[in-house]
Design a protein around this ligand. Structure first.
Ligand SMILES: [Zn+2]
Length: 136
């Protein structure tokens, strides 16, 4: 895959661009991703810190987990599309949600994680590495 990945929200105000290849791609079937997306999973694309450039109005939802971790999800402040996770500039990187790509064929999933939460009505493509929880 080339280095140039672009995408954004439904109304077009919140945009992102990545100038380096992603580090991983897959499906997350955790119950948080189900609730946040209103779907059975989130197709995610991970980038190293500093790779993702974001512009436009965004709203953050921060969730505190039982173990003390927090996670941040960002949506467009205008149209409310869920677009990416991780604060912009976060050294630990960011994940974008593949349905927001300008060219959705750039999504090439290799894994499915947290599949113990997967509803029966989500059918995963063949050939993915399956993790019932988080990858070791
Ligand atoms: Zn928008």
């Amino acid at each position: 895959m080339g280095g140039n990945i672009t995408g954004g929200c439904l109304c077009g105000e919140l945009r992102y661009e990545a100038n380096a290849a992603p580090t991983f791609m897959g499906y997350c079937c955790c119950d948080d991703c189900q609730k946040a997306s209103g779907s059975g999973f989130i197709p995610f694309i991970g980038f190293a810190g500093g790779v993702l450039k974001v512009s436009g109005p965004h709203a953050m939802y921060q969730m505190k987990h039982k173990d003390g971790r927090t996670s941040e999800r960002f949506s467009c402040a205008k149209c409310a599309s869920l677009v990416f996770g991780g604060e912009p500039g976060n050294p630990n990187g960011n994940t974008i949600y593949a349905g927001t790509l300008d060219d959705t064929s750039q999504f090439k999933p290799v894994m499915a994680i947290m599949t113990k939460f997967k509803p029966d009505w989500v059918v995963l493509p063949e050939g993915l590495t399956i993790y019932e929880g988080m990858p070791g």
